[in-house]
Write a protein that binds this ligand. Structure first.
Ligand code: S3P
Length: 172
């Protein structure tokens, strides 16, 4: 009943795939952004606006610490910045198998154009921001992951299948 943790950039499909994966495994589904919103009573964008990014990052680490040792049979979707803090990477590994859902810049752009819920992508230079963040973050995601899945050409169900296969392999 090993937990599965999905990491990756905004718009890579962590929540959509995570929910389907949880269904397929008869696992619970949890999302760190949703847990933070439930605890604070604020939307992620409000937390960024009122208390700043650093405060949000502390909440992310706190959330992982609370899940450590208590979470079982769960698929956990994480905020896109979660693996960027080194402390979080160790926590993620202690909680479950870490799967990186990799996407191209083009896919992210097409999925997140017009999105107002991601504070880091508001304002000018939407495409440049994504390009620069992916360049910085992709190596961190790769390093943090037990498994990398290139999702661009895959349907939700194909990604779910790919994760299930990796999970079985991990049980051997
Ligand atoms: C962030 C990703 C968001 C959310 C916050 C910051 C990031 O989550 O945690 O806006 O730094 O990449 P999603 O990846 O679920 O959009």
């Amino acid at each position: 009943m090993k937990n599965i943790i999905l990491i990756g950039y905004m718009g890579c499909g962590k929540s959509t795939i995570g929910k389907q994966l949880a269904k397929a495994l008869n696992y619970q589904f949890k999302d760190t952004d949703e847990l933070i919103e439930a605890v604070t009573g604020e939307k992620i964008s409000e937390i960024f606006a009122s208390k700043g990014e650093e405060y949000f990052r502390k909440l992310e680490t706190e959330t992982l610490k609370n899940l450590q040792g208590t979470m079982t049979a769960t698929v956990l979707s994480t905020g896109g910045g979660m693996p960027c803090r080194e402390e979080n990477v160790g926590l993620l590994h202690s909680i479950g198998m870490v799967i990186f859902l990799k996407v191209s810049k083009e896919t992210v752009i097409s999925r997140l154009k017009g999105d107002t819920t991601r504070p880091l992508l508001q304002g000018e230079d939407f495409e440049t921001k994504i390009e620069q963040m992916l360049a910085t973050r992709n190596p961190l995601y790769e390093k943090a992951a037990d498994v990398v899945i290139n999702t661009d050409q895959l349907s939700v169900y194909e990604v779910v299948d790919a994760v299930l296969k990796q999970r079985t392999r991990g049980d051997d």
